[in-house]
Design a binder for this molecule. Structure first.
Ligand SMILES: C[S@@+](CC[C@H](N)C(=O)[O-])C[C@H]1O[C@@H](n2cnc3c(N)ncnc32)[C@H](O)[C@@H]1O
Length: 273
């Protein structure tokens, strides 16, 4: 049993987490253990997970909870700082960070709607310390229509993060795109079953450079990317499947070669049989 799962079991209050989360957290959080860090959890229910974080991270960690239900304030008697508010309200976040300052880890286990998750993410990015992270739990809601989630949709949290993926790639000059707020902050994004992790960079990120060593040797190797591909013109033209591939998929592409080597050949064999 890993340490975080033991902390979950040992919590004196009710908590609810998916079983796969514990191994992910055990790996993600190693670098923060016994450090003087601030962790914020959005959506704290009865407080069970707050006790879990405290037990797991150790006495130097400051644990803050954010909750829509005003009764959660009672947990302040147990040593947690609690903010009553709505995670989908940008003004709530502005006031929150004005009071608290920068934090190390944000865990979003609130209402899980697109608006709540995206607002929380966007309003928090600027307030995560270098090397910190934003963790969004229960991202399977991006694929759920029922219970009011109205997904899959182009406005889901998962689809929003794919825009962030493009923003990360803007650091590569080959894209000839301006880097923006997200490109400068987000080092990487990790996807798990129902968890998305946004890793905030230790440094301000800038455009990547293409570095070469042994420049004199540059032209001495044979770059096979530019070799003429074996073409598939030998196959019968009336095969519309081949024509489709020929017309729509670049000859240099991996997909073209895969089709050429396996699918098309099998397809033709079937036709002959
Ligand atoms: C699944 S429970 C949290 C469980 C807790 N994190 C745990 O692991 O035991 C979700 C909580 O999010 C709160 N919540 C829902 N919508 C919210 C919102 N818009 N802002 C803040 N909290 C919200 C609910 O009141 C509820 O207590």
């Amino acid at each position: 049993m890993n340490k975080i799962f033991k902390s979950f079991k040992a919590s004196p209050k009710y908590s609810i987490k998916w079983s796969n989360y514990f191994d992910i957290y055990e790996d993600l959080f190693q670098k923060f253990l016994k450090k003087k860090i601030t962790i914020v959890e959005v959506g704290i229910g009865d407080g069970g997970s707050l006790f879990m974080w405290k037990n797991f991270f150790g006495k130097y960690a400051k644990i803050i909870g954010i909750e829509l239900n005003p009764k959660a304030k009672n947990l302040e008697k147990k040593g947690f700082k609690i903010f009553n508010g709505d995670q989908s309200n940008p003004d709530f976040w502005k006031n929150f960070y004005k009071k608290i300052g920068k934090i190390d880890i944000l865990i979003d286990d609130g209402g899980h709607t697109n608006l709540q998750q995206i607002t929380t993410l966007v309003e928090s990015i600027n307030f995560i310390k270098p090397g910190g992270m934003i963790i969004i739990e229960d991202t399977h809601t991006s694929f759920m229509r029922d219970k009011g989630f109205k997904n899959p949709s182009k406005f889901s949290l998962i689809n929003f993060t794919t825009l962030l993926i493009e923003n990360i790639h803007r650091r590569n000059p080959m894209l000839k795109k301006e880097i923006n707020f997200f490109s400068r902050k987000i080092q990487s994004i990790e996807y798990y079953d129902s968890i998305v992790v946004i890793n905030i960079s230790k440094n301000k990120l800038t455009k990547s450079k293409n570095l070469e060593n042994n420049v004199k040797l540059r032209n001495l190797f044979d770059d096979f990317r530019y070799k003429k591909e074996k073409n598939i013109n030998n196959y019968k033209e009336e095969n519309i499947f081949i024509n489709f591939i020929k017309q729509t998929v670049s000859k240099r592409s991996y997909l073209y070669r895969i089709y050429e080597n396996s699918v098309i050949k099998k397809y033709i064999k079937q036709l002959k049989d």
